[in-house]
Design a protein around this ligand. Sequence first.
Ligand SMILES: Nc1ncnc2c1ncn2[C@@H]1O[C@H](COP(=O)(O)OP(=O)(O)O)[C@@H](O)[C@H]1O
Ligand SMILES: [Mg+2]
Length: 207
Amino acid sequence: MPGGIYECISLISERITANKDLLTELDREIGDSDHGINMARGFQAVMEKLTPEDTDIGATLKKAGMTLLSKVGGASGPLYGTAYMEAGKITAGKTELTPEDMKAVFEAAIAGIQKRGKAVEGEKTMLDAIIPASTAFSRRLYEGADMAGALDAACEAAREGVEYTKTIIATKGRASYLGERSIGHQDPGATSAMITLEAIRDYIKGK
Ligand SMILES: Nc1ncnc2c1ncn2[C@@H]1O[C@H](COP(=O)(O)OP(=O)(O)O)[C@@H](O)[C@H]1O
Ligand SMILES: [Mg+2]
């Protein structure tokens, strides 16, 4: 990735905020109507902490992660917070990321979410967007794509993952209280994960 972690997180924040109502509406159907509010509030707090002088990717991701962890209520704050912090650990001191670094970022973020939330694929969570995205990213890289091409594949897989969440029962988090009634509804966290990945992709392409 070219430099500009501040700009990249700014774009994520912008997109999350623009989709606040959609995320909250999805969470109204199978949760407690706060996912968009949680995420928008979290990113507002993150943007208050960051400045364009934040160029160390690892340090900036850690700062963002700690802020999400402390400022966002609900399940998603600690989960996204851990994802950003774990991604920050493996990018410490870097101001640019190679595609290989990006692959490691995906894997570290997923490991963090799974360590914290104990979910696997197919439980109707953010992982149903992120894990297929990570797999598609790695596969496309292996096939010779560049960062932008591999991110395109990741976003496509994330979108399919979001669609897939409509067909399955939630077995983790608040939506699991609904059991079979959670079928037919799109997972809010998978949706915010897809929005995040699209923002990263668009940031890279815009450079
Ligand atoms: N154990 C888990 N692992 C991964 N993601 C989870 C887990 N539990 C919940 N989620 C994600 O969190 C989202 C809900 O976030 P949010 O509404 O902000 O928190 P809460 O459910 O506490 O109100 C879900 O849509 C799901 O994607
Ligand atoms: Mg909620």
